[in-house]
Design a protein around this ligand. Structure first.
Ligand SMILES: Cc1ncc(C[n+]2csc(CCOP(=O)(O)OP(=O)(O)O)c2C)c(N)n1
Ligand SMILES: [Mg+2]
Length: 630
């Protein structure tokens, strides 16, 4: 056992995903054991360490606290502003709990932590250099904020004491109020002035980040505080006592009221919004929908919350849009139960336009607790007849109990086997990519860690809370690769196959996250939906040109990523991934995906560059242009 200050060393708990899955279903029989997936711990072990029982420096206290909080990893890009903390993690903790994950860009460091949280529901840390590193990280912090994903972001500054600064560099990298850069899209930030205050700040930050509504937090560590010798030992504390259970909760009266409204409903509809990845909560939601015989709608913006091929799921999920079946269900609803739908007001629009619906609306959401005056990600103010100010997991469990049993006989469970993919001789479309990938994956448990905007939700049903973990949250293109590496990190060794499907624009912006996956042996398949364009915006240019009676055929100018076309697999190969020759024909899809999946199961990171025809499905196009119609 490693001894360290105050708190005995704790091995990380059982793998969260494996544990959840073990309860839900036996592991897939064909999956090889972890021989091909070496422990991350074996990598980058420091040498010649002298065991230390107590922290000697301010940053040792910070590192010690990260361990006490069981933060498993710190994804980082290095910088002198936190060289003290860097030394403490390597030479005081031995680079274990937390272990460093080196990233080539701060945006991917935070995105990796975000992806990890999307799978586990828990925060890991990311560390970024003073102001400049934080500037790079902002896009990913905003994505995590909008996705309500917990991330502990560590930064640094100073020395705050001007007399201690090195000329030039320490001055340009010190700002009066660095936290202001991210304060508007983090739950909390602090700049502690002493090791004792830093310990308290880290405990508070982790507690706040992991408490619903979850989100990123920022702790700015003064360089001098990190590097100074510890004057005297800090009294030992038990962090658990400072992190009381603080999740939002709901009164039994409100649950009773909601149950009464739902019991009396003839055509209830459930909006399946931001819910957890817990299997138990998934089963509860299915039981609730079946008990109410309620139609369910869901959206590809967020992780799946309900089986999308269940007879009660209205049509296929789309991204920021509803298909006709879903709109019809919502139109005829008399009671709508919203389970923390991201944009409830906007979600009602496709069915009711700007009119307030006659249907009674029960909203389960505690999101209002973190709304601020800067970011409008709270969306439009929806009509709500009854608010259950708690998490969907909690509300659904209580509602089920209050409703006591099924109102309608259970509809048949979905039994449809995976479709067989028949390659056509025609152009290669996104649907070909989806159907052939599904055919190649066969019966494996797949987690789609990212999907492109052009995705057609009808091509891939979700039947488990980890089948799809949702978008990057804040609409920031470039998040796909990093979020996927973080999700794959959390899934490593779980038996699930991680597949990231990214647009070429998204892939190229975040591509250096691949190196981190390769370096730390995090198996993952990247499929690039390569239409050689920032195509979403071609559609916008076409729209504007049509409205102005100008030539729509010029929509491609300033949008196409061609001449030269980018060899996305080569971008992966350059970083040690297995890259395949670009797939141009439908007939090459399945064999290439089969080879790529086999390589991932050997522990590799692979990239398949699929040259798809530019084009979005009608639903995706409508969603994109919603609000711009004239
Ligand atoms: C950081 C950022 N820059 C620009 C945009 C505007 N934008 C939205 S979608 C999109 C195109 C993304 O291209 P790609 O990933 O290739 O997907 P495609 O539209 O081609 O399917 C762009 C540039 C954005 N949302 N985020
Ligand atoms: Mg594209």
């Amino acid at each position: 056992m490693i001894r360290f200050y105050g708190v005995p060393f704790i091995e990380p708990k059982d793998h969260p995903v494996t544990t959840a899955k073990a309860k839900a279903a036996p592991a897939a029989p064909h999956r090889s054991a972890s021989a091909a997936h070496p422990s991350l711990r074996a990598l980058e072990r420091p040498a010649n360490l002298t065991p230390a029982n107590a922290p000697g420096f301010g940053s040792d206290v910070v590192a010690d606290t990260l361990r006490a909080l069981e933060i498993p990893y710190v994804a980082l890009n290095p910088g002198a502003s936190y060289r003290g903390l860097h030394d403490s993690i390597v030479n005081f903790l031995g680079n274990e709990t937390p272990q460093m994950l080196l990233c080539l860009h701060e945006e991917s460091a935070v995105a990796i932590a975000h992806g990890y949280a999307k799978v586990t529901g828990k925060a890991m840390a990311a560390a970024v250099h003073s102001n400049v590193g934080l500037f790079h990280a902002t896009m990913a912090i905003f994505n995590a904020w909008c996705d309500r994903a917990p991330v502990v972001v560590l930064g640094a500054t100073g020395p705050v004491d001007a007399a201690k600064r090195r000329p030039w560099i320490d001055w340009i990298h010190t700002a009066r109020d660095q936290g202001a850069i991210v304060r508007n899209y983090t739950k909390w930030d602090d700049q502690p002035a002493s090791p004792a205050a830093a310990r308290e700040a880290l405990i508070r930050a982790t507690w706040i980040a992991n408490t619903a509504p979850k989100g990123p937090v920022y702790i700015n560590l003064d360089a001098e505080m990190q590097e100074a010798k510890l004057a005297e030992p800090l009294p030992a504390i038990d962090p658990a006592r400072f992190m009381p259970q603080a999740s939002p909760t709901v009164s039994s009266e409100r649950i009773e009221q909601a149950a009464k409204m739902l019991r009396g409903a003839k055509h209830p509809v459930i909006f399946m919004g931001r819910v957890s990845r817990s299997m138990e909560a998934w089963n509860n939601r299915v039981a609730l929908a079946e008990a109410l015989n309620a139609k369910v709608v869901s959206d590809l913006k967020i992780g799946c919350g309900f089986p999308t091929d269940h007879p009660l799921h209205a049509g296929a999920p789309a991204s920021n849009a509803m298909v006709a079946e879903a709109i019809e269900a919502v139109k005829s609803a008399d009671v709508i139960l919203s389970l923390d739908w991201v944009d409830l007001g906007g979600g009602l629009r496709p069915a009711f336009g700007p009119e307030a619906p006659k249907a009674k609306i029960i909203s389960v959401s505690a999101d209002f607790l973190i709304h601020n005056g800067w970011s409008m990600d709270y969306e439009m103010l929806p009509p709500v007849d009854l608010l259950l100010p708690t998490t969907p997991d909690e509300a659904v469990a209580h509602l089920l109990a209050a409703l006591g049993g099924a109102k309608a006989p259970k509809p048949a469970a979905p039994t449809a086997p995976p479709e067989r993919y028949q390659p056509s001789a025609g152009p290669l479309r996104v649907d070909d990519l989806a159907r052939s990938l599904r055919a190649a994956a066969g019966k494996r448990d797949v987690t789609l860690t990212h999907l492109p905007l052009s995705w057609n939700g009808a091509t891939w049903p979700f039947r488990h809370p980890l089948d799809y973990i949702g978008s990057e949250g804040g609409g920031g293109v470039g998040g796909g690769p990093g979020v996927s590496v973080g999700a794959a990190l959390a899934l490593k060794g779980s038996g699930r196959l991680a597949i990231a499907i990214c647009g070429d624009g998204d892939f190229c912006m975040g591509v250096t996250a691949i190196w981190t996956a390769v370096h730390y042996r995090i198996p993952l398949l990247f499929v690039v939906c390569n239409n050689r364009s920032f195509f979403n915006d071609e559609l916008h240019q076409e729209r504007v040109a049509r409205i102005r009676n100008r030539p729509p055929e010029n929509r491609w100018i300033g949008q196409r990523i061609s001449d030269p076309d980018i060899d996305c697999a080569a971008l992966g190969r350059a970083q040690g991934a297995v890259g395949f020759a670009p797939v141009m024909k439908t007939g090459d899809l399945v064999p290439t995906f089969e080879k790529a999946i086999a390589a991932v199961e050997e522990g590799q990171v692979t990239v398949v560059d699929v040259r798809v025809e530019p084009g979005y499905s009608a639903v995706a196009t409508a969603a994109m242009l919603r609000g711009t119609e004239k």
